[in-house]
Design a protein around this ligand. Structure first.
Ligand code: PDD
Length: 278
């Protein structure tokens, strides 16, 4: 069966799933998105993603009437139509199609597109290399907008350096987050540290859920910013996102983290998350 996507109320063959050239997402990056993990045909952390979507829409004043029930129905249909067991769903809402002018157009319908694709979930998780780079983004990183050029540049730098992720560093020397993930460290006292939600980062849904799971397992999570020096000295480093789930980082730039092996806390948290999701 060929791939199917959703475009403004219609399920279409993926190859014919198109939007107009004057869509404001295309011309201005005027839109927001979500990426949701599917495990064993089940949506992971659906509520969290739906609530963050509503928040992002609100923050940039995009008016669209989408109910939780409708979105869930679209997602579940795409899981079925595309025969997905484990996969990723991508949802994007843009302000819609209008003649090009910077100000928000009046009375145009917002555009909703959703795609789904299968992914492989490996049972053995490998440690990855990350690099550090300058965080060049705007001041509202808490909004999940589709304008991701600084993130793309950062990720490309990682790829050029044979790394899996780029860790972005702010002017004050603290780490904000990864190009498409949140960063955590386990310090030498076995405390979990990750940056507190603010305008400086996207508050990851995986991060929020993992914080709750850690608390349930009596692991303390300290929410504070940390520097590259601290990260290099960590006992363990890992990133979280809907796509990376929990992925250990065992090398930061040229520096091997601790003994260079995947650490027990990262592995335990990954298992906790997968057990919760399945
Ligand atoms: N990105 N920070 C940034 C900048 C991100 O782009 C992401 C996710 C996260 C983690 O958020 P969550 O746990 O809700 O996935 C943090 C998605 C996966 C992407 O752009 O593909």
């Amino acid at each position: 069966m060929s791939r199917v996507s959703y475009v403004n109320g219609r399920y279409l063959p993926h190859k014919r799933s198109t939007v107009h050239i004057e869509d404001r997402g295309y011309q201005f990056g005027d839109g927001v998105y979500e990426v949701i993990l599917v495990l064993n045909k089940k949506l992971v952390d659906f509520e969290g993603h739906f609530n963050r979507l509503q928040r992002s829409l609100n923050e940039i004043s995009i008016d669209i009437n989408i109910s939780e029930i409708l979105i869930k129905q679209i997602f579940n249909r795409l899981i079925r139509f595309n025969l997905i067991r484990n996969g990723l769903i991508y949802l994007q809402v843009t302000r819609g199609v209008a003649e090009r002018a910077h100000q928000f157009p009046k009375n145009i319908p917002a555009a909703l597109v959703v795609t789904a694709k299968p992914i492989a979930i490996n049972s053995v998780v490998e440690g990855k290399k990350a690099i550090t780079t300058v965080d060049q983004r705007w001041d509202r990183r808490d909004i999940k907008t589709i304008q991701l050029l600084p993130n793309c540049i950062a990720k490309q730098e990682a790829v050029k350096n044979d790394a899996f992720e780029a860790i972005m560093v702010m002017d004050d020397g603290t780490i904000s987050e990864g190009a498409s993930s949140n960063l955590w460290m386990v310090d030498r006292d076995n405390q979990l540290i990750t940056r507190k939600a603010s305008n400086a980062i996207l508050n990851g849904i995986t991060k929020v859920t993992l914080t709750k799971l850690a608390h349930n397992h009596k692991l303390q999570v300290i929410e504070r910013a940390f520097t590259v020096d601290e990260a290099e000295e960590a006992g363990e480093l890992f990133i979280t996102s809907a796509t990376a789930i929990v992925t250990p980082i065992t090398q930061l730039n040229d520096r091997i983290i601790a003994d260079g092996k995947v650490g027990p806390v990262s592995l335990a948290l990954r298992d906790m998350y997968l057990n919760m999701a399945i």
